[in-house]
Ligand binder design. Structure first.
Ligand code: HEM
Length: 143
């Protein structure tokens, strides 16, 4: 199950990135379609949040399985996966949720600002293959 969840978490990143780009585009051209893409974006990001919370707490590198004597904040790997990545991603899920609320009122300016900040945070917090070897992960699941 653990591998399946990691694969799903890895794959959904692309769904979120595509929905984010499409939603930002709709907020720029002021299309009412922002309501439906915003909803799907919120649903997908909340699924990511649930999987991520599980991984952070009980996953293979989760808080419950950190080897004894490890200082999470001093270890680049654990600091990234148990602190930096979750904090930045939870913040972006909050922003996406706020954007969904603004999209319902067709407040395009607020949607655009919130989603752009979420996009920057997500791009910065994904463990891309070109990141530090210790944290780098593949472009697609199972690669
Ligand atoms: C938009 C939201 C998110 C994106 C795009 C994202 C993306 C990713 C990616 C690409 C990986 C590497 C997967 C692989 O090994 O191929 C990963 C791993 C991980 N993510 Fe996220 N994530 C998001 C949200 C979260 C949240 C909210 C949390 C925690 C609350 C979280 C916790 C983790 C953990 C703990 C891992 C490491 C899992 C392991 O290797 O055992 N993620 N994430």
């Amino acid at each position: 199950m653990t591998t399946g969840l990691i694969h799903l978490h890895s794959l959904l990143r692309w769904v979120i990135l595509i929905l984010l780009l499409v939603s930002i585009y709709y907020s720029l051209v002021k299309s009412e379609k922002i309501k439906s893409t915003g909803l799907w974006l919120m649903i997908t990001s909340h699924v990511m949040l649930l999987i991520g919370l599980y991984q952070t707490i009980a996953g293979r590198y989760g808080w419950m399985n950190v080897p004894e004597g490890t200082s999470v904040m001093k270890d680049g790997f654990y600091r990234f996966y148990l602190v930096e990545h979750p904090v930045m991603m939870i913040t972006s899920v909050v922003l996406i949720t706020l954007a969904r609320r603004k999209a319902k009122d067709l407040n395009y300016r607020s949607v655009k600002t919130l989603l752009l900040i979420a996009l920057v945070l997500i791009l910065a917090a994904v463990p891309w293959p070109f990141r530090d070897a210790a944290i780098a992960r593949p472009w697609f699941p199972g690669m």
